[in-house]
Design a binder for this molecule. Structure first.
Ligand SMILES: C[S@@+](CC[C@H](N)C(=O)[O-])C[C@H]1O[C@@H](n2cnc3c(N)ncnc32)[C@H](O)[C@@H]1O
Length: 365
């Protein structure tokens, strides 16, 4: 079902203006309507990228924005924007899965709004050296954080080291590729010849495997998209633990948002949207359940709802935005408002909701 946050009708079209970094923000108008920025408030853009959301929030009200991105290149590029906005914008490198800790270290313990725009930016996709794209040859990397303690294995390590069955599972689960087993088999056969270290090499192996599998059956499923698309998407999600991060990010947002604070999440993959949907649905319902942190507790604890939905179902981009920016086509946005109930993830004793000096107010809710 399509829903819309207050202030954004179903027919609302996002203003698809490219950010200075070259990335066109997706569903910008819907995200702004959901957050409803107001003077004096504090917002987090947890996926800063080219700063499209941050810039729009800063221009909408005399507020303060903390931009977070795990990619050092995005943060470096964001410093120029930060200089333009002075003390109103700070861009920091890190993962939104630990945003409450990142902000806590900077003495910010509660915020009025959080935006998350899950996935990769155009800058990441278009830089062949990052290895995200099957369109240009480059080292098979795909890590959003290729350096430091957050750097996990690269896509090359994954395709060269993972057992065939696990590789097939990754490609099937995160890429929703019906020919995952054939693709995994082809990868394993190819890596016996020589390691797969370049995007062009992997793309060729995958294309052949998918086309071979497509002969005679299920024609047209891959028509219109490059047959390597799903496998590359799967590897990117796996390499960056994107679903794990999303889960941690939603829980961190629950801890960090002040009562009345708002969360807007844009996702591009059905698994991501499902994760957001089920988190918000669970948190919007009162529940009696055992504490994850104290599973030995004999009497289940009662949990009060921590979120109130602002969208009925997922909000989708309008036709004009999809025409102007085809990347927006699979986007879905869900938004919710934080209640005053303690976060479910924190033990009762320390679970009081985040409080700011001034309560959230003044929004057209
Ligand atoms: C789709 S882009 C965001 C674009 C941004 N909304 C704009 O308008 O410019 C996603 C960005 O989030 C970053 N990112 C992805 N996962 C992240 C995470 N777990 N923590 C922090 N940043 C993340 C990526 O590095 C990328 O720069």
């Amino acid at each position: 079902m399509t829903g819309a946050p207050p202030g954004a009708s179903q027919s609302t079209e996002s203003a698809a203006r490219p950010s200075p970094g070259g990335h066109t923000p997706v569903m910008l108008r819907e995200v702004l309507a959901a957050l409803s920025p107001r003077d004096g408030a504090i917002y987090v853009d947890g996926t800063f990228g080219a700063g499209g959301y941050a810039e729009a929030i800063l221009d909408a009200a005399d507020c303060r924005v903390w931009g977070i991105d795990r990619d050092r290149a995005a943060v470096t590029q964001g410093q120029a924007m930060a200089r333009r906005y002075g003390e109103r914008l700070t861009v920091i490198q890190g993962r939104f899965g630990v945003m409450d800790r990142l902000l806590g270290e900077r003495e910010v313990t509660a915020v009025d709004g959080i935006a998350l725009d899950i996935g990769v930016s155009s800058m990441q996709l278009e830089d062949a050296e990052r290895g995200f794209s099957f369109r240009a040859d480059g080292p098979l990397d795909m890590r959003m954080t290729p350096e430091g303690e957050d750097a996990g294995p690269s896509a090359a390590e994954v395709v060269n080291d993972l057992p065939e069955a696990e590789l097939a599972e990754v490609i099937s689960r995160y890429g929703e590729e019906r020919r995952a087993r054939q693709v995994a088999r082809a990868i394993v056969a190819a890596r016996r010849e020589r390691p797969i270290e370049r995007t062009a090499h992997l793309a060729e192996i995958v294309r052949k495997a998918v086309r071979r599998g497509a002969k005679g059956g299920a024609k047209g499923r891959h028509r219109g998209i490059d047959p390597a698309t799903r496998t590359f998407q799967a590897l990117r999600i796996y390499v960056n633990d994107e679903l794990g991060e999303l889960d941690r990010g939603l829980r961190a947002a629950e801890r960090l948002l002040a009562p009345g604070g708002r969360l807007a999440v844009v996702s591009f993959h059905s698994l991501e949207d499902r994760a957001v949907k089920s988190f918000l649905r669970e948190r919007a319902s009162a529940g009696a359940r055992g504490s994850r942190h104290r599973p030995e507790t004999p009497t289940p604890e009662r949990r009060d709802p921590t979120f109130r939905p602002l969208t009925r179902g997922a909000c989708r981009p309008g036709r004009t935005e999809c025409e102007a920016n085809p990347r927006a086509r699979s986007a879905r946005m869900r938004a919710a408002e934080r209640t005053a109930a303690p976060a479910w993830d924190t033990p009762r004793t320390g679970g009081a909701p985040a409080q700011r000096g001034a309560p959230a107010q003044g929004n057209a809710r």
